[in-house]
Design a protein around this ligand. Sequence first.
Ligand code: F6R
Length: 610
Amino acid sequence: MCGIVGYVGTREASELLLEALEKLEYRGYDSAGIALICDAGIVIHKTRGRIADLRRIFDEATDDDGCTVGIGHTRWATHGEPSDVNSHPHLSKSKRVAVVHNGIIENYIELRRHLEQHGYTFSTETDSEVVSELIDYCYSGDPVAAVRKAEQQLKGSYALGILFSDFPDQIIALRKDSPLIIGLGEGENFIASDIPAILKHTRNVFRLGERELAVLTAQRVRVLDIFGNRVDHPVDHIDWDAAAAEKGGYPHFMIKEIFEQPEAIRKTLAPRIREDLSIDLGFKRLTDEDLKGIESIKITACGSAYHVGVVAKHFLQKNLRLPVEAVLASEFRYEDPIVDEKTLVIIVSQSGETLDTLYALREAKARGARTVSIVNVLASSIANESEEVLYTWAGPEIAVATTKAYSTQLALIQLFGLHMARIRGNLSEEEVKSQITALQKVPEGVEKLLEDVKSVQYIASLYFNCQDVFFIGRNMDYALSLEASLKLKEISYIHSEAYAAGELKHGTISLIEDGTLVIALCTYRPLLEKMISNIKEVSARGAKVLAVINESDVQTGTVADHIIRIPECADIALPLLTIVPLQLFAYYIASLKGCDIDKPRNLAKSVTVE
Ligand code: F6R
């Protein structure tokens, strides 16, 4: 995810900005840049690559020493490939306004067209360039007025750092739906996407509120709301140690990423759902006619991404009335798969580089199948080689055990399923719209679950010493059990297995003994009665049962030892909500056991061998 920094004070801005950007490297990025206000006006240095490359360019090119005001940026490419020209900061063609941006400007095409009609030209593929030109267009001597006027025309999410050459002693900051903090120093002030960037210089910070604008000079920070009223924020004193700060105050990246899920899901869905609830996937090769002609679907992936496929299989099959199969990528390649031009192969991969998955994609293409990939990393091999790509906008995932990539993949494949159901006429327009609306509410539901983690922590404290855990569920809940079980075993090293609840008694029930923990997922309403019977079967053999249930379920709590409730929601939202307490359960167990949570033994984030 992009990172923003800004400095206004009396010290050399360039070194300070470069160091601050290094502190944001953990967010993941592919290019970086800084803008300084110098005697000659605004000077930009930017490049594709690492901060070290930026330092080299700066050292070679510059006489810009002595500048004390500037902004900087690390870019994690979304619109437009990682390249020098697409890197931030963006300087308006008039050279009056420089901008760094984190977020996505959803109406940038429309704004670009409008500005082009007024003689503006564009040189990048980014959505962000439109911001510097739009502010320039709105500028007639008053920078605050210009930014406020421009802001009214922006749709989407943005944290912005802005320089005006006419006002060399100040930075303007603005935010909506993307984070931005203000740091207060002695005779100097800062902006940053995250606290680690400026922790070396100040521990006094506050978060800029939604749609608030801040004007920073060396001596003061003035904050205004959308109507131009003054806003006063209480200042927080940060007392983290520096190592923890890299994780934004969280002890591990995994828990940070679990808490980032509402934002990640929002960012993944929002740009694809228009106001009238039509869906825009931006496909260029796979037409509606092609999708109408599809006769079967195969979803292929590895690990957690495969588990997304297993959940999606149930969802797609039910809504499209087509045969849908989830296949492990490492098997698909060698099973002489039956696919042809009437088969849609969906490839799911966070990294976009998993070798088995890449080979499965190539196999599918070689046999004539139509291909869509769901990928988190821009311009990765799988994204490049598939016919169409749908990016999850989850931001960089650093913990080896996936959480936010999993949930954004799932949300996106469901949205894709609704798109297909609409064009194929499987669902009524009313039904499609109601399911889209339910998907849009998922981030709120996840936020609600994350507000209270105490009950999950308590249950984890009872079982962190256990040897074996069995997860059971039916239909969608079974598919989720696979992921819940993998999460637990990969980070806590506790042996766990997921079973279709009806299957346990065909062998594995012999392993249940006094005190064995069985986690029963009971959210799939049509088969609740059957799940209750399965809980009774394991309880009768001494198991302790933790049941994950719908809020309105009054039956299951009476047969289980512990319960976790999932807030009431539509069926389409259930898997996206249900997985959250199970990710937390795995995390808290591993934490109590003192495991190396972010880097479990033997595991790598991106698996590029077969
Ligand atoms: C488990 C996990 C892995 C990945 C798998 C595929 O928490 O993260 O199972 O899901 O290695 O990786 P990608 O999605 O990068 O293809």
